[in-house]
Design a binder for this molecule. Structure first.
Ligand code: UDP
Length: 463
């Protein structure tokens, strides 16, 4: 019955179907992955929701070497107030019902270019992988986070068994805990757990649900033929031992293109950066979903004034929890000569610009890899999930950044912001480490680097 699914004798190329979760920090690296696979000889089809497909098209992007197909996202949340967690849940609910049909239809339309491999995001249901298996497709998971996050995820059952964390929501049972997951990772404590939500942040993610979801993912990670990871070997050589079938494809970069953005990039910041002196500008951006309280937003604005250096600040229109963005009285007038504010920046180009001195970041994994790849020291301000762990790796394993700490009420004060920025900007050791790591990242991004891994992977898809 499934014989028609196997590649026809005339099929010359692998054909990969990519399925990311419908959120910005996953869609963009999946698209970068897709472009790399296309460059290495695979045909690439990209499956996302109708809403996201329209959003990418509205952002003005052309994806020449990728075909995008879409399904309804299964929710009535298609507006700016969408809750990422619910969107993911409903997408995964509707996906299995569509997947098999979509694959059959694509194969009927192009019998000499049938889909040979399914690459899914880190999902908490086995259904997409089971469908691939049933249809005779090869399958892989793309893991869009750090080596430390994979280590932590795979260690969850052992941590529960050893009585170190609570089996229900993953809370650390002891306060003074230090866990060494690998010789290359810093000793971690409860604050580094990837199911964490910072107290005081009104995140849509709740800790128990996230922990239970990661428990399921832990099992699913062992199912696929391969696990593709957006990192390079030197970031954690011991990560090879975590799973037998890891393929390192990082750093995944857009290389001057605009890839997978939900919002159009405000390019006016590039000529503005051209007018600043080399190594003089602080870049501030917290990814696609971090939200601040009004009070924290004001503290950050005052902090930037106190630092008194040029800054480029990304303030998304939905950046403040529950209200429109209100700057402190007179702030915008006072900083006209100092700062530039945009709603969405061409981040990779910004980080590669010679005027950038450091990056105040939420430590999302994509942003962290981009900053590492451009050799930019980081001021770490994590918000939820793997960002706390990424922060600890940035500051204590790779030593390319400093952390900004909240006070006892969970607020990061303008004085803390100023202190850490001043400290980072004159830390020559951190600058040197960042440049060393950049060289390793660039070697891995070049022809001789992850290209070999891509070529081998694409060749295996045709076996
Ligand atoms: N990004 C961007 N412009 C911005 C802010 C972010 O292009 O103004 C991109 C950034 O380059 C990264 C992605 O959005 O590739 C954010 O992903 P990350 O994993 O860092 O964070 P998330 O959005 O998932 O929290």
């Amino acid at each position: 019955e499934h014989a028609s699914i196997s590649p026809s004798p005339h099929q010359a190329n692998a054909h990969v179907l990519l399925v990311p979760l419908p959120i910005q920090g996953h869609v963009a690296p999946f698209m970068k992955l897709g472009h790399q696979l296309a460059r290495h000889g695979s045909k690439v089809t990209f499956l996302t929701t109708e809403f996201i497909r329209a959003q990418i098209q509205m952002a003005g992007e052309e994806q020449e070497d990728i075909t995008i197909i879409s399904v309804p996202d299964g929710s009535a949340l298609e507006d700016n107030h969408k809750d990422d967690y619910q969107l993911v849940q409903s997408f995964l609910h509707v996906l299995p019902g569509h997947l098999e049909n979509l694959i059959r239809k694509a194969n009927e339309a192009e019998p000499d270019s049938k889909i040979t491999c399914l690459i899914v995001d880190l999902v908490f249901t086995r259904a997409p992988l089971e469908i691939a298996e049933k249809m005779g497709l090869k399958h892989a998971i793309f893991f869009p986070s750090a080596p430390g996050a994979l280590a932590m995820m795979l260690h969850i059952p052992k941590l529960i068994e050893a009585g170190i964390i609570d089996a229900d929501d993953g809370t650390a049972k002891k306060n003074e805990l230090k866990i060494q997951l690998s010789p290359n990772l810093p000793a971690l404590d409860g604050a580094d757990f990837i199911w964490n939500v910072r107290p005081g942040n009104k995140s849509n993610f709740n800790q128990k649900a996230t922990f239970q979801y990661l428990l399921l993912v832990n099992q699913i990670l062992k199912v696929p033929n391969w696990v593709l990871c957006n990192w390079f070997h030197e970031l954690d050589p011991s990560a090879n031992a975590l799973l037998p079938n890891i393929i390192k494809v990082g750093p995944l970069l857009a290389n001057g293109k605009s890839i997978g953005n939900f919002w159009s990039e405000d390019l006016s910041c590039l000529p503005w950066l051209d007018r600043q002196s080399p190594g003089s500008v602080i870049y501030i951006a917290f990814g696609s979903s971090s939200r601040f309280s009004q009070q924290q937003f004001h503290e950050l604005a005052f902090g930037l004034e106190l630092i008194g250096k040029s800054f480029l600040w990304v303030v998304r229109s939905d950046f403040i929890n529950g209200s429109s963005n209100e700057y402190p009285d007179g702030f915008l007038d006072r900083v006209t000569n100092l700062g530039k504010i945009v709603k969405w920046a061409p981040q990779e180009k910004v980080l590669a610009h010679p005027s950038i001195a450091c990056y105040m970041t939420h430590c999302g994994w994509n942003s962290t890899m981009e900053s590492i790849s451009m050799g930019i020291p980081m001021l770490c301000w994590p918000y939820f999930g793997d960002q706390f762990l990424n922060k600890s790796c940035v500051c204590y394993s790779w030593k390319v950044g400093l952390e900004i700490n909240p006070d006892e009420n969970g607020l990061i004060s303008r004085y803390e912001i100023k202190r850490k920025a001043d400290e980072l900007l004159c830390d020559e050791g951190i600058k040197a480490n960042a440049l060393k790591l950049k060289e390793l990242a660039q070697n891995n991004a070049s022809e001789g680097g992850s290209s070999k891994n891509f070529r081998d992977f694409v060749a295996q898809l045709m076996l």
